[in-house]
Design a binder for this molecule. Structure first.
Ligand code: ADP
Ligand code: ADP
Ligand code: MG
Length: 501
């Protein structure tokens, strides 16, 4: 049985995982980079080990150093959190070879689902509806044929993509080949794999996903859906459960497919089956995330389970303690992702020192965070600083609580998206639960500052491009990107704006 858990992550999720470990009486081991010496997860852990310099590839993505820390500490299990190594098949395999329990699925499940083309094939074989689309596109001729067959709009997607990256929407047939070429080179640069495929673009799409749990004994259950259609650049911002779009019949049907999808890869652990749903309620498998999800707390609140404890029980080889018919949704939960970013300037990340923080409390509010007064949010990682979760007997009560909690939440020293989230709580289409993934762009006049126009907008595009560049050089070799960035840069032709910064 697991006795001591190393959490191979940082930020709010490292703290959240350690909380469940502590409740289970397990010893917690933290790991940290040089930029994280003062991080909350290190203060929280029973023991902590330095695993390398600030850049993630030298620390939080450094498998050798993490394994070494696990051995030194005598940890018998590793929890990967989300992001970083959580969906890395080689890491799962390495843990196994080293005799350390990986709290997550096998390397085989991760690689089957991590490659979107293989996942689509596996789902088709299992009878799960997938978005109409292709297998791996061999050449430009094939891309043209499919596009003509289904008609635009279509999406070109990187098989290895994730985190909202590696996707291109094509609305005009003339853009197809140029987009196809750029998509391939971007995929190669960002993910080291240029395989792309094409999907029909689902109009007015809703992102609805099902939480699943699967044990080693073949038991698979789902814990209902999460609605994640409030997105910016294909990245979720607000999530809720139950979904306002859902009907009991649809829930039952999609839940069955989620379970079938999970069984098709002999899955073990917690996972998420993502679907894209059209306005007329046609639904298609989008992808599986083989890990704990950022938005898992809304499910925990409404279904009444601790998903991290379940993950640990499963990793211990225990059978699931609950059956499908035992589960029900009680009330309504919403999660807001709070980022250190500036919504008035194209959501540019805004790391810095937190000079003051007041965290919301009170009935029906959960706060998962990691920053404290005086803490300096490092620039090297994702700017997520916390997640705020509200619960109410009804959706209306849950929204009212979220509005109240956002009002109580005060942070100074860094810019955040708190005001932006507060504005969303007041948009009639949100209040009435009538929204799809275009919600933020459709309501941009209410949500975004009118200042953002003309040349400022162009400046921001250059900055966003530069940030993307910095993000990439962190992940892959710098020299590969210099050329690509130089050409993107030239397109903007406004070097001076950046120099001004
Ligand atoms: P969720 O589906 O749980 O909402 P996200 O898509 O927001 O997850 O991703 C969770 C975290 O993992 C984010 O910090 C995101 O940047 C990171 N992430 C996910 N996939 C990748 C990937 N392929 N490459 C780099 N980072 C990723
Ligand atoms: P990632 O691995 O980056 O999470 P996903 O395939 O899950 O990528 O897609 C992320 C988001 O992109 C979806 O939630 C949705 O908003 C949008 N999207 C992806 N595929 C389609 C599609 N075929 N039609 C419409 N929207 C899509
Ligand atoms: Mg996804």
């Amino acid at each position: 049985m697991i006795r001591k858990v190393l959490v191979a992550n940082r930020g709010e999720i490292a703290v959240r995982v350690m909380r469940s470990c502590r409740e289970l009486g397990l010893i917690t081991v933290g790991v940290y980079s040089e930029a994280d010496r003062k991080a909350m997860h290190i203060r929280y852990a029973d023991e902590a080990y330095l695993i390398g310099p600030a850049p993630s590839r030298e620390s939080y993505l450094n498998i050798d150093n993490i394994i070494e820390a696990a051995k030194k500490s005598g940890a018998d299990a590793i929890h990967p959190g989300y992001g970083f190594l959580s969906e890395n098949a080689a890491f799962s395999e390495r843990c196994k070879q080293e005799g350390i329990i990986f709290i997550g699925p096998s390397a085989h499940s991760i690689s089957t689902m991590g490659d979107k083309i293989t996942a689509r094939q596996t789902m088709t074989n299992a009878g799960v509806p997938v978005v109409p689309g292709t297998e791996k596109i061999r050449d430009e001729q094939q891309a043209l044929e499919f596009a003509h067959q289904v008609g635009v709009p279509i999406m070109i997607k990187a098989s290895a993509g994730g985190g909202g990256k590696g996707m291109r929407l094509v609305k005009d047939m003339d853009d197809l080949l140029p987009s196809f070429r750029t998509a391939k080179s971007e995929a190669l640069n960002a993910f080291g794999d240029d395989s792309v495929y094409i999907e029909k673009y689902i109009e007015s799409p809703h992102h609805i996903e099902f939480q699943i749990l699967a044990d080693r004994h073949g038991n698979v259950i789902h814990l209902f859906e999460r609605e994640c259609s409030i997105q910016r650049r294909h990245q979720k911002v607000i999530e809720e459960t139950p979904s306002p779009l859902m009907t009991p019949e649809l829930r039952e049907e999609m839940g069955k497919f989620a379970v079938a999808a999970t069984k098709a890869v002999n899955y073990e652990g917690a996972g998420t089956i993502e679907f894209i749903v059209s306005d007329s309620l046609e639904y298609y498998f989008l992808e599986m995330n083989t890990r704990l999800q950022v938005e898992h707390p809304v499910t925990e609140r409404v279904v009444g389970v601790d998903l991290v404890k379940e993950q640990i029980n499963i990793a211990n080889g225990l059978p699931l303690a609950m059956k499908q018919e035992d589960l029900k949704q009680t009330g309504h939960a919403i999660q807001c992702r709070i980022y250190a970013e500036d919504p008035d300037h194209n959501f540019i990340p805004h790391p810095g020192v937190v000079t003051h923080i007041t965290v919301p409390l009170g009935l029906g509010v959960r706060y998962d965070g990691y920053v404290y007064e005086g803490y300096e949010i490092p620039m090297h990682y994702d700017p997520l600083i916390s997640k705020l979760i509200s619960w109410g007997k009804t959706r209306a009560e849950s929204i009212a609580r979220m509005r109240r909690a956002l009002y109580e939440y005060k942070i100074t020293g860094v810019k955040t998206n708190i005001k932006f989230l507060e504005k969303i709580m007041d948009v009639p289409d949100f209040i009435e639960g009538r929204y799809n993934t275009h919600f933020i762009e459709n309501n941009s006049d209410r949500l975004l500052s009118p200042k953002l126009c003309g040349t400022e907008c162009e400046d921001m595009a250059i900055i966003a491009c530069f940030i993307d560049y910095l993000d990439k050089i962190e992940k892959v070799q710098p020299q590969k990107f210099t050329e690509e960035f130089a050409s993107t840069w030239k397109d903007f032709g406004r070097k001076r704006s950046v120099l001004r910064l």
